[in-house]
Design a binder for this molecule. Structure first.
Ligand code: GLN
Length: 250
């Protein structure tokens, strides 16, 4: 990397195991947008085993089935948890989707009663429900200060409930969200977001990708993201997703 250009390093956790419904597309979207904003970007995978977790500017963890969650949960909590918690406290932006989101909480209890301990970065817990919560989702999120819509796709049996330390990522306009009961979706702590929204999420919600990049830039360089990209195509995809959901519900 050139010493004069700003650069951001993305850590993609367990890329070969935690990648449902194209969650990897979120990392591609981040890397592309960082480059389009005129910066350099490097993506580093962090699999099971000893990995130097220092020096990351954005962390991403995708979704996975119970089987993959079981494969990674001990490594995530015991081998990487300490460094991840430090990074989160230091303000490193972290996006976790579905099965990854569940493991950032306190625990995930499967339908067979098996309990996987989470990292405890997010004050939430998840118990498997009896039905799957599936479909397109539209949220209203206020994490950027003003209300913004978020579109995505959910498919989970886990029902997540938030403790006092976690703010919801958004309020559900269409779909089930965390548990199908309280109209809340996802959890936020500092610059960490857990959400059930696959999609891929970031290509269809470019403002959210830039929110993560902005947080990383402010932490590393003390500067806000000032450049703006032409998101007309991304925003058309966003609007089309909203229209599809509202057509189905009228
Ligand atoms: N196994 C989890 C559930 O169904 C997560 C699934 C996912 O990541 N899509 O609740």
């Amino acid at each position: 990397m050139s010493p004069t250009r700003k650069n951001l390093v993305i850590c993609h956790l367990y890329p070969e195991l935690m990648n449902m419904y194209g969650d990897r597309g979120n990392v591609i979207a981040l890397a592309r947008r960082i480059a389009w904003h005129g910066m350099e970007c490097r993506v580093e995978g962090a699999s099971i085993g000893a990995v130097d977790m220092a020096g990351f500017d954005i962390v991403f963890l995708g979704g996975g089935q119970d089987r993959e969650q079981k494969q990674i949960c001990v490594d995530l909590k015991d081998a990487k948890g300490g460094r991840l918690r430090d990074a989160v406290e230091a303000g490193v932006p972290f996006l976790a989707i579905c099965g990854g989101y569940q493991l950032l909480g306190k625990h995930y209890r499967t339908a067979s009663g098996q309990v996987m301990d989470g990292v405890g970065i997010l004050d939430c817990w998840t118990d498997a429900g009896e039905t799957r919560l599936i479909g397109n989702v539209v949220l209203e999120s206020r994490i950027s200060g003003s209300p913004r819509t978020v579109v995505g796709f959910e498919n989970h049996s886990g029902k997540t409930f938030l403790g006092e330390m976690a703010e919801p990522f958004g309020r559900v306009l269409n779909g089930f969200g965390n548990n199908g009961e309280d109209r809340l979706e996802g959890a936020v702590y500092k610059n960490t977001i857990g959400t059930y929204l696959h999609g891929s999420l970031l290509p269809k919600n470019p403002w959210l990708a830039d929110w993560l990049i902005d947080r990383a830039l402010q932490r590393k360089y003390g500067e806000q993201l000032s450049s703006r990209l032409d998101d007309s195509i991304e925003n058309m995809a966003h609007e089309a997703a909203i229209k599809r959901v509202s057509r189905r519900t009228v």
